[in-house]
Design a protein around this ligand. Structure first.
Ligand code: NDP
Length: 485
């Protein structure tokens, strides 16, 4: 692919690209064709060691800089990401298969927003003064040290920035391990950060599968781990981090509810359901995949949804006209197809889709099931593909109880014209991120994260600062010290 500005080696460590071909080769596959477009090598123990040592060496001086200086570098990197948005978006499309129509507005741009936002916050990170009579205390907000970021494959640029930006703003170093499925984009983030003036060693990217992530999480020189991934991986990483009493952020999976009441604006509700199920071919953790529709509006909703889905332009994701791309991998395609088969087997009504698209690559039609009941597999388990389950309901109370009857608690949404009801329903949702008459917005200014099995901690907004820094309390005595003997 001549138009693809690829990274030049597998890893970015201590300010430069690094290769070690002794590591297990990992092919990078373009999901729209199945073609191998690059090969990277998993980090060997030597590369892991270089990444840890260089990060630790660089971190102290970085933390000691004034916040404005750290922020200026992040701000410069944000500008560079925006200037290079086209190339970065093409790379994101090649790595993930998501349409350029999406990647050009949602990936490098969202990464740049995070760099700009946390760059701006860097200078504001202060402690507080606490007067205690004549004595006093103060707090210092300090860096944690070395943070490890481990990413999923659906938003490789965004995840690399959502973790890197607050970590660096707070004075930490970061080692980021992308998913083996999408290894390329984070390397470009590292390259840009260093070109913007980030000292060597502060943002290292190393490749590998679970073992490399595991080696980083288990290393005593690592102070914090932030994972975006599935619940099973989250359990393993959380447990490994617990052994070293490390700080954690866990951004995990979901099976989020979207409640559509009879009085909702139908067109907006259909748009919300489409965005919340088919954007990125459904590979979004916060998707509203359990769409509860009140009985009075159900048939109208399904009819309009089916009509609107005919407008999806399925094709080459690099064509700006394409609005619906392939799944990320053959494996993910098989997983999603097995859920579709389960849906049919368990008696859900297939309204539209359900089949592969007749072309190369891992394409699957946007799929809608109706008459889904709460106990069906497709209503309980995270599918992570373009499969919407529509469930009916009668009352608000019933819908809320059923919406909350899930082990996950990432997101939840409600469409209604009754705003009192909207706020009441949102207050009742057991979820970390909620939407009223909208779905899946994730501006950097708003905290993002899950409750229940969906996660621990928050990304984005000022809330993320709490998860990348720690307070030191200092008591200052102004008079003499008394002691009993
Ligand atoms: P996985 O959980 O399979 O993998 C996540 C990352 O963890 C990958 O980089 C993986 O490496 C790594 N990993 C796997 N095992 C270990 C281990 N034992 N120790 C350390 N690292 C390990 O998730 P997917 O990549 O399949 O992503 C999909 C999942 O991510 C979905 O459940 C989705 O909901 C969730 N997600 C959550 C988001 C959120 O913000 N809440 C956002 C996006 C996705 P490798 O794959 O290379 O083996």
């Amino acid at each position: 692919m001549s138009y693809l500005t690829q990274p030049t080696a597998s890893h970015f460590v201590n300010g430069a690209y690094v290769e070690d071909t002794n590591g297990t080769p990992i092919d990078v596959i373009y999901p729209a064709t199945g073609a191998v477009i690059a090969t990277v090598h998993a980090a060997t123990p030597e590369v892991v060691e270089q990444a840890i040592v260089s990060a630790r060496v660089a971190q102290g001086a970085w933390a000691a800089l004034p916040g404005t200086e750290r922020g200026r570098i992040l701000g410069r990197a944000a500008d560079m990401m925006r200037e290079r948005n086209h190339d970065l978006s093409v790379l994101e499309t090649c790595d993930t298969g998501k349409p350029y129509q999406e990647t050009s507005v949602a990936d490098a741009t969202s990464g740049a927003d995070a760099l700009e936002y946390f760059g701006g916050l860097a200078a504001t990170l202060t402690g507080e003064h606490i007067q205690l009579g004549t004595d006093w205390a103060y707090t210092r907000r300090e860096a944690l040290g070395l943070c490890v970021g481990i990413g999923a494959w659906n938003y490789p640029t965004q995840i690399a920035c959502w973790k890197g930006a607050p970590a660096l703003a707070c004075g930490n170093a970061m080692i980021f391990k992308p998913s083996e499925t999408t290894p390329l984009c984070a390397l470009k983030v590292a390259e840009i950060l260093h070109e913007a003036g980030l000292p060597a060693g502060l943002y290292n990217v190393i490749q590998g599968m679970g073992e490399v992530g595991g080696a980083l999480v288990g290393d005593p020189r690592v102070d914090k781990v932030s994972l975006t991934g599935s619940v099973p991986t989250g359990r393993k990483v959380y447990a490994a981090a617990a052994a070293g009493i490390k700080h954690v952020t866990m951004e995990l999976g979901g099976k989020s509810p979207l409640l559509i009441f009879d009085d909702a604006d139908l067109e907006n509700a259909v748009s919300g359901a489409i965005l919340g199920n088919f954007y990125s071919s459904g590979q979004v953790c916060s998707n509203g995949t359990r769409v509860f529709v009140q009985k009075g509006i159900k048939e109208a909703f399904l009819a309009r949804l089916t009509e609107r889905l005919k407008g999806a332009v399925i094709g080459d994701p690099l064509d700006p006209a394409t609005s619906f791309g392939p799944l990320v991998s053959q494996r993910q395609l098989e997983i999603v197809r097995s859920y579709i088969a389960k849906g049919i087997e368990e008696g859900a009504r297939l309204v539209t889709g359900g089949a592969r698209v007749e072309r190369d690559g891992f394409f699957l039609q946007p799929t809608v099931f109706a008459d889904v009941s709460d106990d069906m597999t497709i209503a309980r388990e995270e599918i992570f593909g373009p499969v919407m389950a529509v469930l009916d309901f009668d009352t608000e109370e019933e819908a809320l109880a059923r919406a909350n009857a899930s082990e996950f608690g990432l997101s939840a949404g409600v469409f209604t014209r009754d705003l009192v009801r909207a706020h009441r329903v949102v207050a009742g949702f057991e979820a970390g991120t909620c939407f009223i008459n909208s779905y899946n917005d994730a501006p950097v200014e708003m905290p993002f994260g899950g409750s229940k099995l969906s996660g621990v901690g928050r990304e984005n907004a000022k809330a993320a600062i709490e998860h990348y820094s720690q307070l030191k309390s200092v008591y200052v005595r102004m008079g003499d010290m008394e002691a009993p003997f």
